[in-house]
Design a protein around this ligand. Structure first.
Ligand code: GDP
Ligand code: MG
Length: 163
């Protein structure tokens, strides 16, 4: 069994783009179990020779913003079961939002190792968000661009101790 790496984060930070980047051209399996797990997508990922199962968490995009924090907590808790490490993704251009802080609170209580990723960090527009992200308490964020494929080597270094 391959190690399982879960992608966690609020809507629109680039989770699915990251998933697709790590799965590459390989076919992503769609999980069709009912309930919260229906919102998870599994794929075979390979990162500079590191092989793992990557899990995209989705399905929050269409929810009522007022119920989103609770639903995200449920989904996050469910996702962490069986995970070897979680990639907590924020949008470096948007900076740290209240929903990011809420997710961070749950993740801090988890026994699953967390790798913080500041996505959309290509160019310089993400710099303030990268510095803000330190305050979340997960150490140095991996500055990343899922869209442009930047930061793969740093992600490799951050993931390797955990899988
Ligand atoms: P999700 O809701 O977290 O799964 O986010 P998506 O992967 O659907 O991406 C949300 C939006 O962010 C899309 O318009 C993506 O094209 C964009 N996006 C994702 N990664 C990057 C990135 O590295 N840089 C920039 N500038 N945009 C990105
Ligand atoms: Mg998505």
């Amino acid at each position: 069994n391959l190690p399982q790496v879960i992608i966690i984060g609020r809507p629109n930070v680039g989770k699915s783009t990251l998933f697709n980047r790590l799965v590459g051209k390989k076919l992503a399996l769609v999980d069709d179990q009912p309930g919260v797990t229906r919102d998870r997508r599994f794929g075979d990922a390979s990162l500079l020779g590191l092989d793992f199962t990557i899990v995209d968490t989705a399905g929050w995009e269409d929810l009522d913003p007022d119920t989103l924090p609770g639903r995200m907590r449920q989904q996050t808790e469910a996702s962490l079961i069986g995970a070897d490490v979680a990639l907590f993704v924020i949008d470096a251009r948007a900076g740290v939002t209240p929903l990011d802080e809420e997710i961070a609170r749950y993740l801090r209580q988890s026994r699953v190792p967390i790798v913080l990723m500041a996505n959309k960090a290509e160019g310089r527009q993400g710099d303030p968000g990268i510095y803000d992200a330190f305050a979340l308490g997960f150490g140095e964020p991996v500055a990343f661009s899922a869209e442009h494929g930047q930061g793969l080597a740093d992600l490799f270094e951050a993931l390797r101790p955990h899988i």
